[in-house]
Design a protein around this ligand. Structure first.
Ligand code: PLP
Length: 428
């Protein structure tokens, strides 16, 4: 039975590609993140195929899953990258990604991050405020460079998703308000060390409906027309990321259909108003590339059946998978051995000293102590959000490729958790 692409039961055992997960547990321990190479590649390829023959660039959003091997795999398939920090940029470079195909998003770029990005030859800065324009111009002048710039516009459309991952409403901290976009561009073109390249938006994440994205697209193309009438030429239009994945049984927007629709709409607009002169289109997908390509493997440590609730305490916790605690999010939980009798509703929780440390609620499962279970859809915003809370070493990451296992991140050692700390020189 298939649960996710390249993840499912073979001979009654849960496998990623051809590898049963008890092999991962005995070789690398638990908790461990396990990804399918084929699923990662296909996640990106869905975008790449839909863009073939168009002037388009897919900039994978690094924050969804920033492991070097994941970035390397996507770079190998031609991906550009969307980064939100200097740290992510250095990861892209270390993984062999091309800085010229990388765009730098985020509301709080520091001077040193701007300097680093300019030095590395970043493709574009997605600028989110007038103050940032001013700072970027000054940093570029210092380096004797011209910084490539896009303005992130907040189109004030409701993406209809969780408030914490809603970014395109005017009350959020993101982007330049739609009604201030034109004055912002007029100001931007006056800076001698900036070159206006594009316009962008990113309205939210885990979107299950493409109508708000299309609405945002139309608002941006309208702005491009107004800018054109003022002799401000825009070379690329970046629609951000945000397509959702099925964590449960949600109906999702098909990637190919959505990208095709965007490119077709853009094509029609260019034909009508620009004599067919193309404009480059960028996408910044994160979750929809990697989200369903991974799972978190964990072992049941203790069972505390009772009233009113049955608790299953596992060796993964909110520091490994924050989404349930942070967003009240659902992850499917599946046992290593396909369905057995005696299911009870279990609260699946971690060892962390917080009542918020829960991973799943009221799941009908037949569990015994020592069993392996997996949290599905943990390819995105799982390891990348992991912390060391309660001095827990972060888990290992493994990529399965057919029948082979590649460890792409070692489990952290306990010693490494405090190796950069110092003791005081106490004399009494
Ligand atoms: C997080 C983020 C993305 C990726 O969002 P997904 O929902 O994972 O596709 C893209 N662009 C920006 C600016 C982001 O902050």
């Amino acid at each position: 039975m298939t649960l996710r692409p390249h993840i499912g039961y073979r001979l009654g055992q849960l496998c990623v590609e051809e590898v049963p997960l008890d092999r991962i547990a005995s070789e690398y321990g638990t908790p461990t993140y396990v990804y399918s190479r084929a699923a990662l590649s296909e996640g990106f390829q869905a975008y790449a195929d839909a863009c073939r023959g168009h002037d388009a660039l897919i900039c994978y959003a690094v924050k969804a899953n920033s492991n070097l091997a994941v970035l390397q795999l996507l770079a190998h398939q031609g991906a550009g990258f969307d980064i939100v920090s200097g740290g992510e940029l250095e990861r892209v470079v270390a993984a062999g990604g091309d800085p010229a195909k990388t765009i730098f998003s985020g509301v709080g770029k520091s001077e040193s991050e701007m300097r680093l990005a300019l030095t590395r030859g970043i493709g574009c800065f997605n600028v989110e405020s007038l103050s940032e324009l001013r700072r970027l111009d000054a940093v570029a002048r210092d380096l004797g460079q011209i910084a490539p710039v896009s303005l992130r516009i907040n189109p004030d459309v409701d993406p209809m998703t969780h408030p914490y991952i809603s970014t395109g409403l005017k009350e959020t901290k993101f982007g330049i308000p739609f009604d201030q976009a034109l004055p912002a561009f007029r100001e931007a073109v006056r800076y001698p060390h900036l070159r206006i390249l594009g316009i962008d938006c990113h309205i939210g994440s885990q979107l299950l409906n493409d109508a708000p994205l299309i609405e945002a697209l139309d608002l941006l193309t309208g702005l491009v027309d107004q800018l054109q009438s003022e002799q401000i030429a825009i070379e690329h239009l970046d629609l951000g990321g945000g397509l959702g994945i099925a964590y449960r049984e949600e109906q999702t927007v098909p990637i190919g259909g959505f990208v095709g629709q965007v490119l077709e709409r853009v094509g029609r607009w260019r034909a009508e108003k620009y004599g067919g002169q193309p404009i480059r289109v960028l996408f910044e997908p994160g979750r929809s590339v990697v989200g369903n390509a991974g799972l978190l493997l964990t072992r049941v440590e203790y069972l505390k059946p009772g009233t009113p609730k049955n608790y299953a305490i596992v060796d993964a916790a909110m520091n490994d998978l924050l989404r349930p605690a942070l967003y009240d999010a659902w992850h499917d939980v599946v046992p290593f051995r396909e369905a057995s009798a005696g299911a009870l509703p279990w609260e699946i929780v971690g060892p962390i000293c917080e009542s918020g440390d829960w991973l799943a609620r009221a799941r009908e499962l037949a569990l015994s102590e020592g069993d392996l279970i997996a949290f599905l859809s943990a390819g995105a915003y799982a390891m990348s959000m992991a912390s060391n809370y309660n001095s827990r070493p972060r888990a290992a990451e493994i990529i399965i490729d057919g029948a082979s296992m590649h460890r792409i991140r070692e489990r952290e050692s306990i010693e490494s958790l405090y190796s950069s700390e110092s003791l005081l020189p106490l004399s009494r």
